[in-house]
Write a protein that binds this ligand. Structure first.
Ligand code: GAR
Length: 213
């Protein structure tokens, strides 16, 4: 089974959606490590309750940002992680970290390339768009700029504020992220430049994890 490591910084509702999908039998992966830059956050408590090994460290405890990410990458490597999932991880990964893994995915609460970075829901409200949503993409060294795997659209309602909009986007995030991880685990994602092609299911149920290029 595909060995996944998840990076989190807070609440961890996306992490929990991934756990639930696995529990339902919808996700042919093994969660082997959950790591955070914010020790003690709810996502980490949830991971512990599921009996999954955790790694918790503050960047402030390291001499440099590079040293922090190097220690995190080392731990993920020791756990033989094949796919890294960012689930509400609020830091930009250095290229030296990204290069060490076959693939890294992220979920972002907007229809990229619109509204990258922090407070994506607030950005959408302030801009006045009628539709926003969420995006799952592969991670490259830019900010929310890697090849897009899938998106879900959420309409903005006249009375929406940041909280109400975020809550409706989150419902879609919780469906979209497990679905994308499953496609990857089944070997059905093919990267062609900036585009990600979703391949038809194989005849045999023996998927081979990963993505072609
Ligand atoms: C989610 O909305 C996720 O899309 C967003 O943070 C939230 C984390 O919630 N991520 C980003 O904004 C990344 N740029 P969660 O901790 O409950 O999964």
């Amino acid at each position: 089974m595909l060995r996944c490591g998840v990076l989190v910084s807070g609440r961890g509702s996306n992490l929990d959606a991934l756990f639930q999908a696995k529990r339902r039998g919808d996700l042919p992966v093994e969660f082997v490590l959950v790591a955070t830059d914010r020790p003690g956050v709810p996502a980490i408590i949830n991971a512990r309750n599921h009996g999954i090994p955790v790694w918790e460290a503050s960047p402030q405890d390291f001499a440099t940002r590079e040293a922090f990410f190097s220690a995190m990458a080392e731990t993920l490597h020791k756990a033989q992680v094949e796919l890294v999932l960012l689930a509400g991880f609020m830091r930009i990964l250095p290229a030296s970290f990204i290069d060490r893994f076959p693939a890294i995915m992220n979920i972002h609460p907007a229809l990229l390339p619109a509204f990258p970075g922090l407070h994506a829901q607030r950005q959408a409200l302030e801009y006045g768009v009628r539709y926003t949503g969420c995006t799952v993409h592969f991670v490259d060294p830019g900010v929310d700029s890697g090849p897009i795997i899938a998106q879900a659209v959420v309409p903005i309602l006249p009375d929406d504020d940041e909280d109400s909009l975020s809550a409706r986007i989150l419902i879609e995030e919780h469906k979209l992220y497990p679905a994308c991880v499953r496609l990857y685990a089944e070997g059905r994602l093919q990267i062609e430049g900036r585009k990600v092609r979703i391949l038809a299911p194989r005849e045999s149920s023996e998927g081979s994890a990963g993505c072609g290029t």
